[in-house]
Design a protein around this ligand. Structure first.
Ligand SMILES: Nc1ncnc2c1ncn2[C@@H]1O[C@H](COP(=O)(O)OP(=O)(O)OP(=O)(O)O)[C@@H](O)[C@H]1O
Ligand SMILES: [Mg+2]
Length: 246
């Protein structure tokens, strides 16, 4: 498979009045890529991410992830798809406060049908890799922001997702903790994890993603990789094949 995400003429309108939050977006992301979605507040970044995750339905156009047209799946099927293929991280962690760290991490694996023992081993292995195993039996409320985000990353990775989506994952962290999380994401991508990162922070995008896509008023206005080639420009000139990075 040479394409992990393909968005075609994607539009999302909330309600009937006003401009769509996402308008006519074309985007192709290859496996192993790390892309940053940037843009001002209200430009449609979270909406776009939620459409890729199947958390929201498009008004028009198509969303294909890992070969599946997720805009056509039933609610049950899309939930199953998301559990198997997508890991998500959010600004405010979204951990369950009445579960311990290890139980938070195990939960998506158990929901996917993994036996408790195996889920526990997988969770423990991730907590160790993320250097947070000493907090395994603690409750999230006792942890720092950076620690909570590492737990959230472990939880997102527990089912070995094809795609990791992160919406402002360092937005609630101080700069040191933000750097650590950024490095973790970079390490994950270097080990092959495909990543879409929404961030306000151009420094973070430049350091931790090899391609930056800019949204303004729901439309892609810029799409640049490490090599400085503007992919939106190429797409506009008809060289669509160059949309997918090697
Ligand atoms: N559930 C919703 N119902 C109605 N309108 C919404 C909803 N979610 C988002 N919007 C609107 O869609 C537009 C895009 O919002 P979105 O949250 O995607 O922006 P964003 O780029 O993520 O902004 P921020 O950087 O502040 O997080 C905004 O005008 C917002 O008000
Ligand atoms: Mg947002």
């Amino acid at each position: 498979m040479d394409t992990l995400i393909r968005l075609s003429d994607l539009t999302k309108r909330y309600g009937n009045d006003g401009q769509p939050a996402v308008r006519g977006v074309q985007l192709t992301v290859g496996p192993g890529e790390a892309i940053a979605i940037m843009g001002p507040s209200g430009s449609g970044k979270s909406t776009l991410l939620n459409l890729i995750a199947g958390l929201d339905r498009p008004t028009g156009g198509t969303v294909t992830v890992a070969g599946e047209r997720i805009d056509r799946l039933s609610e049950t099927a899309v939930a199953r798809f998301r559990r198997a293929k997508i890991g998500m991280i959010f600004q405010f962690f979204n951990l369950l406060d009445d579960l311990t760290v290890v139980d938070n991490v195990m939960l998506p694996a158990q929901l996917a049908g993994m036996p408790r023992k195996r889920a526990w081993s997988r969770a423990a292995e991730l907590l160790e890799a993320l250097r947070i195993e000493s907090h395994r039996d603690a409750y999230p409320a006792r942890l720092s922001g950076g620690e909570r985000q590492r737990v959230a990353i472990a939880r997102a990775l527990v089912n070995r997702p094809a795609l990791l989506l992160a919406d402002e994952p360092t937005g609630a962290l101080d700069s040191a903790a933000g750097e650590q999380i950024g490095h973790l994401l970079l390490d994950l991508n270097r080990s092959g994890q495909s990543l879409v990162l929404v961030t306000h922070n151009p420094g973070l995008a430049a350091k931790y993603a090899s391609r930056a896509v800019e949204l303004v008023d729901g439309q892609i206005t810029r799409d640049r990789g490490d090599d400085g080639i503007g992919r939106a420009d190429l797409a506009a000139s008809g060289e669509h094949e160059l949309d997918a990075r090697p």
